[in-house]
Design a protein around this ligand. Structure first.
Ligand code: KG4
Ligand code: ZN
Length: 342
């Protein structure tokens, strides 16, 4: 039986996205409208600005999507939408649109958890992925390690193993970039600035490994970057590093974050004796992190499933992939589907 066509919408943060997957899991059509330029002036995502931009971009995006996919609403089996977690107002824009479309077209609604969608991108990119596996979701709001015993996991079925004690990994990238005068969004800016830098120039390698041996902690590293970049006063004074210093600090920061994420993820996979390790979320677009995890896993005889960078940062293809698995498992939501920030 051909896979059902599902229209998927994603508006949980600062990307307005839509996608329809074809029968083989390829994107028949998709769009991602990034709001980076709107938020840059504020140095971070402003919820109010995000909501307005979602309102402006979403329905025109869907119209173009259907036209490019060459399908009409009648051919869709369902409308899927990210309903958690995320900025509550931003989620509500996507959900209101999805509910209106589902009602108007007479289609069932499927609510998708954003973090489960990030992990589903790995299964889409790597169809050989088999459970059990350990999955790391590292994004702007989360740095969570899960054990997944069944592929695809049931709703809410990813078992939390570890997380961050303070900031999320992506949040740390964004804050460090600001401190180093690199601008927004921090992840790609730090990655670019770190090229050619010395990752051992600053003694930060183990800064994100709390003594519990399991979780992550990024706020201590943030303070170290603040001191190195702005001086001992610990306030946002003028930048005291020269160009070489910024490059070295960016490289040392990136090394510390990647080292923590990789070592704790591989240790979890070893503890749970999984053959597969999944890396997902916006931070998974980072080349150093991807390389370190792949090399570390290979050295232990493990296999990795890592989506291509465009499927790591927020997109709707991953939402469609997750929705397809839920739909196949019989999941249908009503118009009373609720949004949840957490
Ligand atoms: O998953 P995502 O697109 O949105 C959320 O769900 O939060 O993740 C966004 C985060 C941002 O903090 C961004 O700085 C980070 O992912 N990011 C990166 C890279 N590209 C995006 N971090 C490190 N290296 C990158 N290349
Ligand atoms: Zn995300």
């Amino acid at each position: 039986m051909p896979a059902p066509l599902i229209l998927a919408l994603e508006t949980s943060c600062d990307e307005t996205a839509g996608a329809i997957l074809g029968e083989g899991g390829e994107a028949l059509a998709q769009f991602v409208a990034s709001q980076v330029d709107l938020h840059r002036a504020y140095g971070g995502v402003v919820p109010e600005v995000a909501c307005r931009a979602h309102m402006e971009c979403l329905l025109p995006g869907v119209e173009g999507l259907l036209a490019r996919a060459g399908i009409g609403p009648g051919e869709l089996a369902a409308v899927a939408v990210t309903n958690r977690p995320g900025l509550i107002g931003a989620l509500l824009v996507g959900m209101s649109a999805a509910k209106a479309l589902a009602l108007a077209w007479g289609k069932p609604l499927v609510g998708v958890d954003h973090l489960e969608a990030h992990v589903a991108a790995a299964g889409l990119a790597c169809p050989g992925l088999a459970a059990p596996y350990v999955a790391l979701v590292a994004s702007g709001g989360h740095s969570n390690l899960y054990l997944v015993r069944r592929e695809p996991p049931a709703r809410g079925g990813m078992e939390p193993l570890a997380g961050t004690l303070d900031d999320a990994a992506g949040e740390a990238f964004d804050k460090a970039a600001k401190l180093l005068g690199l601008g927004f969004p921090g992840g790609p800016r730090i990655e670019a600035a770190a090229a050619g830098g010395d990752p051992r120039a600053f003694p930060w390698r183990n800064a994100c490994l709390p003594p519990d041996g399991v979780n992550f902690s990024f706020s201590g590293l943030k303070t170290a970057v603040l001191r190195a970049a702005r001086g001992r006063a610990g306030r946002l004074g003028p930048l005291i590093l020269d160009g070489r210093g910024v490059t070295d600090a960016a490289a040392s920061f990136q090394e510390a974050v990647a080292h923590a994420l990789v070592s704790r993820t591989l240790a979890a996979a070893e503890r749970h004796r999984t053959e597969w390790v999944v890396l997902a979320g916006g931070v998974a677009a980072n080349s150093l992190l991807r390389e370190k995890l792949s090399a570390g896993a290979a050295a232990r005889g493990m296999r990795t499933a890592i989506p291509p960078p465009a499927l790591c940062t927020d997109n709707a293809v991953m939402v469609a992939a997750r929705a397809r698995a839920l739909f196949a498992a019989g999941v249908r939501d009503g118009l009373d589907l609720e949004a949840a920030a957490r």
